[in-house]
Design a protein around this ligand. Structure first.
Ligand code: FES
Length: 133
């Protein structure tokens, strides 16, 4: 059961961030209504692909960023949870090291439309969608 503070009214507010502002290989944090709740998302650009996950670590349910939108990376590009150091690869969101090894971040379906990263119609479940055009 979610707190009423996390509930959001406008499920159609699906715009997350400008595609042009997200560097290739980069990570950003955005908030969006997912399943009727306001959630923090991790957004990752990989060439022409965009992926997003809930900003919730499968280990202890904490945010992964050390400050809003500030993510730690290893030298070889893995995402590091700032709380206890779990590491995640960024193609599937799989934890490859640390206390939740073998578990995955929860994927959120996103797409790029009209130069904006947006939630897809089916907001949960698909790890990555190719960008249009
Ligand atoms: S909450 Fe992320 S590693 Fe513990």
């Amino acid at each position: 059961m979610r707190s009423s503070l996390n509930e959001c009214q406008d499920a159609s507010a699906s715009s997350l961030l400008d595609w042009a502002g997200l560097a290739d290989g980069g990570l950003a944090e955005a908030e969006a209504c997912v399943d009727g709740a306001l959630e923090s998302l991790i957004v990752h650009r990989d060439g022409d692909a965009v992926r997003a996950w809930l900003n919730i670590c499968p280990h202890a349910g904490r945010r992964l960023d050390w400050a809003p939108g500030e993510f730690l990376r290893t030298k070889d590009g893995l995402l590091v949870c700032a709380v206890h150091g779990a590491t995640f690869e960024l193609s599937e969101g799989l934890c490859v090291g640390g206390p939740c090894r073998g578990q995955s971040l929860s994927a959120v379906a996103v797409e790029v439309r009209d130069g904006v990263v947006r939630l897809s119609a089916d907001a949960l479940g698909t790890a990555a969608l190719r960008t249009g055009g």
